[in-house]
Structures are given as structure tokens and as C-alpha cells.
Ligand binder design. Structure first.
Ligand code: GLN
Length: 481
């Protein structure tokens, strides 16, 4: 059942939120030992919220997410609930406040079932960088769920919650959504407040929904969007009714196919499915044309200077004094800071901090950081230019289906390559999503759609039209090894 279906039943009192939440918690109990999508399961909080939601529904409160079980990526500050970012550094850290998005969902009566696993501080593409445990792909337990929001995608795909929130800095919502066969939306930079999202790369980070269909994603996106005085980068632009556009025809919509996304390195199976999906958009009346984004090949290198540079500054706050892990056996202050960071952070996080510090250091700043900023502008101009002629772009999300656990973890460069197709849109700050477009080798494949800033209504409209036409409607994974 999707959230919008459950919401109808809740409102007609055919089920209660308590029943729904109990069913979800039971499901978590069944599959979690094999899957590992959660860092913590918040059963007591969920039951309390479910009871409150049932009362609110009796009194006629009608937000469609009232009483719906929702999972939260463990990078979102949640009042009185441990928030670890998948790191030893923040193990046991209980924030005193809600992220803006968490507060919004709490306010409309959503039920929080747990905090979901991720790569440490959202750095990774497989969820194998979590300090606690790996998460497996529900379609094949020997494969990765993608990352960094791997727990958020795996939990939704395996019915451990109805919808979830993830965060996307360079692809961390779209890629796991693609690998797990669910819908994931990366909103326009600034569309959703980042207040209370633990910062990785502040000029890129965005929170977004993961859902089993486009309608659920639209409902959740609407609930979390909007300007926020606590986030000066948030956009104070009216939030549209995202569900209103669902079901509208896409006749005449201009869809660009960026040639750079279909070159060597793209698996044949994935290519075939994505091209078939684009044909289906044409059958629905879209005008499909080839376009070029010539600076695409520089996006990955640029990202791996800028994102680590921002991370190295953001993660300076974890010094053993204010937050989380502190080595209490150190001999003096400087040893305390150095050893707390050495022990509290995992390998990948340390690699990023070192890369970023290097790119920002005197003598290298101009040739690395500043140059990367200039290339970022070129990448953004590529998108600006193509969006003069097309309404949206259609492309693969990832060059392959979910890879095997352990396959890429010892080769950071190979892992970074997984994001070559999601990073350019992040650099440009534009909107994007992943919608399931079929199965290759029994594993899900996602179609990526990208649109200009604040084009979420068009993207959702097109994704919905495609979803209804292709009828790759959600089916449950068997969770077999
Ligand atoms: N996989 C990319 C990285 O490792 C993107 C991560 C993200 O979007 N949070 O940085």
C-alpha cells in the first residue's frame, strides 16, 4: 500500500494509524536482521505519534501524511532521538531540536518509525561507509542499496516504512532510489530548508523524498518545501500544489537527451531500458531531441574538489569539545582534538577532509578550489543553455545496476565514478528525480529526469505520466539471498 492509499483508509476509519504503525514495526522486526536499513528503530515514539494521529483524525484533521509511518535518514536532527550521521563521532548524540523538515512532518502528525542508515556523513555511494553496519539491497541481499541514502531507499522498497527522507549532495537520493526500485526526488537547491540537516557540502546539500510512487513523492515534497528564516539559502518562493499537476498530459513537452550520458561506460542493459523509457515519453506526445552538455566530463573532478573543500570546513566542528566523541585519555588539548578526530572519523571521511584541506590551502587554493568554482559555472551554463530549448532532460541515473557488496569499497576512484551522471545537476543546483523504468539482471533501473530550478511540477508531471504508461508500478522485492 502507498501512503496516499493508506491515507484514504485512515480518513475513512477503515484502518487506524496504530494498526498501520504496528504492521510496519512488525515488518521491521521481520526483515531488518537481513537488511540493516536502520540505525535505530523508534518504536515508542512511533506508537505515541500513531495514537495522537488517530485522535487528530477523529477530530477531522486531514493532512494526507497524518498517521503515516515515515523513516528519516540519520543525518536529520531529530529532537530527543539519537542522530549519528552513521559516524562514531556522533554515536550517542541526542540533539535538542528538530530539523525544519522533521518539525514540519511532526507538526502534521506523521509517525517516525526510525533513523535510517547511510554512508558516514553522507559520503559514499553504497552505504558501506556507515560506521555501524552495511545495508543490503532488498532485491538481492548480496548487492549494495546505493548511497548515501541507502537505508532510506531500502526501507521504503522493503515496506519498513511508507515513505522516507534522504539527502542528496551529488546523487545520494537519486542513485539509491534507482538501485532499490523506488522514486527519489532531489529538489532545486533552496527549495527545502537545510536547517538541521547535518552539513556535508553546504552549497550542494538538499533534502528530498523517497517513495514507492510519484504521487507519494509529490505529497512528501510539498510537505517539506518552503522558505525558512533559519536557512538563509532557502528560497522564499510559494510552494505549488505538486499533486495538482499529476495526470496532466505531457503532449508537446520538450525532452532533451544529453548525448554525454550515453557514452562508453554505460551498461548495455541500462542503456536499453532508459532509451525505451524515452521512447515511451515520445509515445505520450513529448518531443524528444538530442542535446549536448559539453562540460559533463569535468563534473566529477570538480565535485571532488568542491565537496571535500566544504566538508573539511564543515567537519572542523567535530573537535572532541562540543559534539560527540572525545578521547578522554589524551594528554593535552591538541592531542585531544587530533586523537578524537583520528578515532571518531572513518577512512572515507578522513580522505575527504584531507583532500578538501589540500584544495583550500595557501598555494593550492587558486589552482584547485578557485578553478573548480569556475568550472562549476561552466557546468551550470551548459544546463542554462539547453533549458532554453527543452523543458527537461532524460538520462540514466547510474551507469550500472546495483553492484555487489565489497566490489568497490577498496577503490575510491571506482566508487566515485558511480556518480558521474548525478553530480552535474547537483553542481548546477537544479531539480532532478529518479523513477523506476524496469529491471536488468533482476535488479531495478531508474530513469533520471532533470529540469531547471523550480521545475518540480513539470518533473513530477512527466514522471507520473511515464509511471502510469509504463506500468512499472511498485512490486515488492522477495528479500531472498
Ligand atoms: N556519492 C557522492 C559522494 O560520495 C554523493 C554523496 C551525496 O550525495 N551525499 O560524495
Amino acid at each position: 500500500m502507498t501512503a496516499h492509499e493508506a491515507s484514504g483508509l485512515l480518513r475513512n476509519r477503515e484502518i487506524s494509524s496504530v494498526e498501520l504503525t504496528e504492521a510496519v514495526l512488525e515488518r521491521i522486526g521481520q526483515v531488518e536482521p537481513n537488511l540493516g536499513a536502520h540505525i535505530s528503530v523508534t518504536s515508542d515514539l512511533a506508537m505515541k505519534q500513531a495514537n495522537a494521529a488517530d485522535l487528530a483524525i477523529q477530530e477531522g484533521v486531514v493532512h494526507s501524511l497524518c498517521g503515516i509511518p515515515i523513516g528519516l535518514k540519520d543525518v536529520l536532527s531529530t529532537a530527543d532521538v539519537e542522530t549519528t550521521c552513521g559516524s562514531r563521532m556522533l554515536e550517542g548524540f541526542v540533539p535538542p531540536f528538530d530539523a525544519t523538515v522533521v518539525g514540519k512532518l511532526r507538526g502534521i502528525g506523521a509517525v517516525f518509525t526510525g533513523k535510517l542508515n547511510l554512508d558516514e556523513f553522507a559520503m559514499g555511494s553504497s552505504t558501506e561507509n556507515s560506521a555501524f553496519h552495511v545495508t543490503k539491497n532488498p532485491w538481492d541481499l548480496t548487492r549494495v542499496p546505493g548511497g548515501s541514502s541507502g537505508g532510506s531507499a531500502a526501507a521504503v522498497a522493503s515496506y519498513e516504512c511508507m515513505v522516507s527522507l534522504g539527502s542528496d549532495t551529488g546523487g545520494s537520493i537519486r542513485q539509491p532510489a534507482s538501485f532499490c526500485g523506488v522514486v527519489g526526488v532531489k529538489p532545486t537547491y533552496g527549495r527545502v530548508s537545510r536547517f538541521g540537516l547535518v552539513a556535508f557540502a553546504s552549497s550542494l546539500d538538499q533534502i528530498g523524498p523517497i517513495a514507492r510512487d510519484v504521487e507519494d513523492a509529490a505529497i512528501l515534497l510539498e510537505a517539506i518545501s518552503g522558505g525558512d528564516s533559519n536557512d538563509s539559502t532557502s528560497l522564499h518562493v510559494e510552494v505549488p500544489n505538486y499533486c495538482e499537476v499529476l495526470g496532466r498530459s505531457i503532449e508537446g513537452l520538450r525532452v532533451g537527451v544529453p548525448v554525454e550520458y550515453f557514452g562508453s561506460g554505460l551498461d548495455d542493459d541500462v542503456k536499453e531500458l532508459v532509451l525505451k523509457a524515452i521512447d515511451q515519453l515520445a509515445d505520450l506526445g513529448a518531443e524528444v531531441v538530442d542535446v549536448s552538455l559539453p562540460h559533463t566530463e569535468y563534473a566529477l573532478a570538480t565535485y571532488y574538489l568542491l565537496a571535500p573543500a566544504e566538508a573539511s570546513a564543515n567537519l572542523a566542528r567535530y573537535n572532541g569539545v562540543k559534539y560527540g566523541y572525545s578521547n578522554l585519555e589524551s594528554v593535552d588539548v591538541s592531542d585531544m582534538m587530533a586523537s578524537s578526530r583520528a578515532r571518531g572519523f572513518g577512512e572515507e571521511v578522513k580522505r575527504r577532509i584531507m583532500l578538501g584541506t589540500y584544495a583550500l590551502s595557501a598555494g593550492y587554493y587558486d589552482s584547485y578550489y578557485l578553478k573548480a568554482q569556475k568550472v562549476r559555472t561552466l557546468i551550470r551554463s551548459d544546463f542554462d543553455e539547453v533549458f532554453q530549448n527543452v523543458d527537461l532532460l532524460a538520462a540514466p541515473v547510474s551507469p550500472s545496476v546495483a553492484f555487489s557488496l565489497g566490489d568497490r569499497i577498496d577503490d575510491p576512484y571506482e566508487m566515485y565514478m558511480s556518480d558521474a551522471m548525478t553530480i552535474p545537476a547537483s553542481m548546477a543546483g537544479i531539480a532532478g528525480l529518479s523513477v523506476p523504468c524496469g529491471f536488468a539482471e533482476g535488479l531495478p533501473v531508474g530513469l533520471q529526469m532533470l529540469g531547471p530550478a523550480l521545475s518540480e511540477p513539470t518533473l513530477l508531471q512527466a514522471a507520473y505520466a511515464y509511471e502510469q504508461e509504463a506500468k512499472i508500478l511498485f512490486k515488492a522485492p522477495s528479500l531472498d539471498v
